[in-house]
Ligand binder design. Structure first.
Ligand SMILES: [Ca+2]
Length: 637
């Protein structure tokens, strides 16, 4: 705790950039050890047992130990196999058809159902089967090593629940984002860039797979007790880049499954430091705005039980470093400083090793609860949201300053996972001009969780010294889905076989050599009305068509009534960015667009139906709750 306070104070004092400690060998010691273990594992046949998880840095039980020991100690935790029979995501084994998108595939996935023995192998040591995957990538890796191509570094900074209008360069007139605005001046600013879903888990799954939720299986958020995550037969960006020689790290919020093999260290990331899901999914001692504090009550030493039932109503938000819970509850006030420090340590480490790196920095900002930044620049009257926006901007500025100071080829991509959470009122960001008036007039939100522009149009900047032209505003229609194929291409690697992708390689657009983006984008339901993951709206050039609206709560508590539209509502965003007045269905314009809308939707649904798709396991089990100390209320360490 002392360490975190000192670090935070230093960071704020120097705005984060000068307070980073020299690289710590210890930081990566665990990963180096684990890498050694993995090499050993690869020499073992599939089905060999896994070694025990390393101990929690607090000297208490590890998560794995909690699961093993909980039942015997009478806790409400029981051992559960790392893989549930029949519950795991599994390819349907449907042959690849001749859909509109190529997957760079090497042929259809096997149609043979997984045998009991295969299932058993995976259940007892799924990761050990990585040697099969290694063979799949072996040729690629050797090819890359033979190549003289110098691989660039990649940094993806993903803001949480940020509004398109929060960025000064886009809309915000309060100058809350001077560093991001400077980055916009020195790089490329995309003004028609969209998340792949309008809530956390599906958007992040799409970023890391280049595929919509209907393909990768992640259609809504995972919970504290979720036993599943991003399906294991999906290949992440980190896995591809790792096999191509990259060091990989995720710092920040994961939210793609924290239990067993879904943990980020098993999904291609050498290093993980962060929280497993959103920081409003549990209590903390520094709750900030819009989150109750952890209960202060203690166990009764005489009875060993707690008579204040409410003490068990929350589990504290944990902070992980690789597999170890290093803090629970997480100290939100020092989290920004820690993320900055760990990110710069990772960059330094990679540079020292002369290895290209992928740093996926998934910020807690601007998701609620908002903390009270200790910035000396904060004005007394400044609202919490503006203060947090400035804090996030300072963090991004530090990362950018770091790469500016290096003589390395580094591509920095800043974007958001979805639009503002409107029901949080003053603690939510700005959608800018994308107000979704049609919906708001009928009650309900037109931002996060919805398919209105405010839900998925996100501020996006691309910055790469000497490669991406500066001070360029691009109106090209792009998506977070494009990050995967673009970075894979820039790394001179290949897309995973036997599956199709919704994103495209946009490197020519980044380099100013093309203005050809997507013609169509598809927006799934992400927690509003209708079925999770179902495509409810689509973009076709400047047109936007809705088949279903409503179902998301606004600041006033109203939830728009679920409304099915057949034929669809169609807006022309070119002259109606507020999505206020749909085209008259009898108009020539509507009648001209409607067939193309229907065809685009039919095509993508057909393409998905014939793709190799996954289904995520959304089952719950209390034993999946991350807990470093089950004997203490709220799992406090
Ligand atoms: Ca989010």
């Amino acid at each position: 705790m002392l360490w975190s306070r000192v670090t935070a104070e230093l960071w704020y004092e120097k705005r984060g950039c000068g307070a980073v400690a020299p690289i710590s060998g210890l930081l990566f010691k665990y990963r180096e050890e684990e890498r050694g273990q993995r090499e050993t594992k690869r020499a073992l046949p599939c089905g060999s047992s896994l070694p025990r998880s390393p101990a929690c840095s607090h000297g208490r039980e590890t998560l794995g130990q909690v699961h093993r020991e909980g039942a015997g100690q009478g806790a409400a935790r029981r051992r559960r196999p790392p893989f549930r029979h029949g519950g795991e995501a599994r390819a349907r084994g449907v042959p690849i058809g001749s859909g509109p998108r190529g997957g760079g595939g090497a042929g259809p996935r096997s149609h043979v159902p997984e045998t009991v023995q295969q299932e058993s192998e995976r259940a007892s040591g799924g990761a050990l089967c990585a040697n099969r995957r290694s063979r799949r990538f072996a040729g690629l890796f050797l090819d890359v090593k033979r190549s003289a191509y110098k691989k660039p570094n990649f940094i993806i900074i993903l803001a949480d629940d940020i509004g398109w209008g929060d960025l000064g360069a886009n809309w915000n007139l309060r100058n809350d984002t001077p560093n991001l605005d400077k980055m916009a001046m020195e790089g490329m600013r995309f003004v028609d860039f969209h998340s792949a879903a309008s809530t956390c888990s599906p958007s992040r799954a799409s970023l890391l797979t280049g595929r919509l939720g209907l393909r990768n299986g992640v259609t809504h958020n995972f919970a504290v007790t979720s036993v599943g995550g991003l399906p294991l037969n999906e290949t992440t960006l980190a896995e591809v880049l790792k096999e191509a020689g990259y060091l990989t790290a995720v710092i920040g919020k994961w939210h793609l499954g924290h239990e067993g093999r879904y943990h980020p260290n098993f999904r291609g990331f050498d290093y993980y430091f962060g929280i497993p899901y959103s920081h409003d999914m549990g209590c903390t001692d520094t709750p900030g705005y819009n989150l109750p504090p952890c209960p202060a009550c203690a166990r009764n030493p005489m009875t060993g039980s707690n008579h204040q039932k409410s003490c068990y109503s929350e589990v504290a938000v944990p902070l992980f470093e690789n597999h170890a819970i290093v803090q629970q509850p997480v100290d939100l006030a020092s989290l920004t400083a820690k993320y900055t420090e760990k990110a710069i340590q990772f960059i330094n480490h990679s540079s020292q090793k002369s290895r290209p790196f992928l740093l996926y920095l998934a910020l807690a900002h601007m998701h609620v609860p908002l903390v009270s930044p200790k910035s000396p620049q904060r004005l007394p009257h400044q609202d919490p949201y503006g203060a947090n926006l400035q804090e996030m901007d300072a963090l991004v500025g530090c990362i950018k300053d770091k790469i500016d100071s290096m003589k390395e080829d580094t591509f920095l991509w800043f974007t958001g996972d979805n639009g503002p959470w409107s029901e949080k009122c003053q603690y939510a960001g700005s959608v800018g001009p994308y107000t979704g008036i049609w919906q708001r007039k009928r009650g309900g939100s037109s931002a996060k969780q919805t398919t209105w522009e405010g839900g998925h149009r996100v501020p996006t900047l691309a910055y790469w010294i000497g490669k991406i032209p500066g001070n360029v505003t691009s109106p090209v229609l792009l998506s977070i889905l494009d990050i995967f194929p673009t970075l894979v291409s820039l790394a001179n690697a290949s897309l995973p076989p036997s599956r199709r992708f919704d994103g495209m390689d946009v490197s020519e657009i980044l380099f100013g050599q093309s203005n050809k983006g997507h013609k169509t984008l598809f927006h799934p339901n992400s927690g509003a009305a209708g079925k999770y993951g179902e495509i409810q709206a689509l973009r076709l050039d400047q047109y936007k068509a809705f088949y279903l609206t409503g179902g998301a709560k606004a600041c006033d508590g109203r939830i728009g009534k679920e409304h099915h539209h057949q034929p669809p509502l169609i807006f022309n965003l070119e002259n109606d960015i507020q999505e206020q007045q749909p085209l008259d269905i009898h108009s020539e314009e509507y009648q001209a667009v409607l067939p193309a809308v229907r065809e685009a939707l039919a095509d993508v649904l057909q393409d998905i139906a014939t793709d190799n798709v996954s289904v995520a396991d959304y089952a719950h089990d209390p034993a999946a709750t991350p807990c470093c100390n089950p004997h203490h209320v709220v799992c406090r360490c």
